[in-house]
Design a protein. Sequence first.
Length: 447
Amino acid sequence: MFRRVLIANRGEIALRILRSLGSLGIEGVVVHGREDRLTLPVRLADEGAFISRDDPLASYLDIEAVVAAAKEVGADAVHPGYGFLAENATLAERLAEEGIVFIGPSPEVLRLLGDKISARETMVKAGLPVAKGSGKPISDESEALGMAEEIGYPVMIKAAAGGGGIGMQVVSSGDEFESALRLCQGRALSAFGDDRVFVEKYIDGAQHIEFQVLADGSNAIHFGERFCSIQRRHQKIIEEGPWLSDEVREELGAKVVAGAEAVGYKGLATFEFLRDADGEFYFLEVNPRVQVEHTVTEMIAGVDLVSLGIRVAAGEPLPMSQEEVRISGHAIQTRINAENPYTLEPSPGRIWECHWPGGPGVRVDTHAHTGYDMPPSFDSLLAKVIVWAPSRNEAISKIDSALAETIIIGVDTLIPLHRAILKETDFRNREVTIGYLDEHPGLLGGA
């Protein structure tokens, strides 16, 4: 097992990783810039690794600085968390050159899965269902237009690299295609340094469902699914699970396990799918890291996923078989973002008063507290409030009660929006698609 791990991240996920390291008897060192020097993860770590940069983001994005920090503090491994360098193959490669373990998949697997086109081809061979698409990068407008006509509108233009919904464009007709293609390419080039895109069938009225996987480089298991269809700007704000029948879970779960084993995956991974109105599934992508919503799976499966990811990175085999995985009850997570609940604009600032909920089956993952300054430079996630209950209806009641108990004064949060969704009829009846917020404008208007 590792003796000391450098956490190349910040905020709630840095604290979450630190907790798992502590439970395994491993020392934790947290990277930080000036803005984060007094945050909880840094204060609670065994040591802080200061990376001074004028740009706050640069402290977490400078690969050579992270490698140098890992060497300086004597780290055996680096945990990237999510975001920043979590999916960066160059970081994994550089660490390997220095004899330091990257807690995640190999550089080769990161490159394969980071390219949506190669990932799609690989998963097709492994037996996963995919939507009809170009199957190759396209930059020529006439070729792309011809492919869209062949697929049939509506289509989705997507960046071949990166994620987070950046650059994605839905096109309903040929008249819209040229401007949408240029917009997607421009955003992809700006965000990822790669303007390659591909075209695939847009699944109208789809639900977003993902499977949690753990693999040790040879074998893989899954821990069931999460339902993540309530999104703003292609980013999730409420996640829950389970969602599927036992039969569908077993059938699709076997396919994602085959997909992970086909690429020799090692670590935590999430296989993401869209399901159409007819119940057909279409593979989207693999996120080769811990997910923000891993907590939902931890609650319903009774496991510590972060610790399991660390253990397999240290060379341990899978600690259980697929038959030993048990899904129980229902869990719901709400992302407490510092945003205006009606406009969804960021709301940075100082938290003057902060109280988090508690009680049986209630979990809060956060780095925020009274006196914390929410910086404008980073993602707006302040906390995740998660509950577990024997049934979905009970979980809905419990999460609403937990949110009612939460007090945050000084910044706006999404809590009013969350509570409006929890009371809404379609949500309660499971009639939810990825267009949910657009289809319920009254929620955002304060109704």
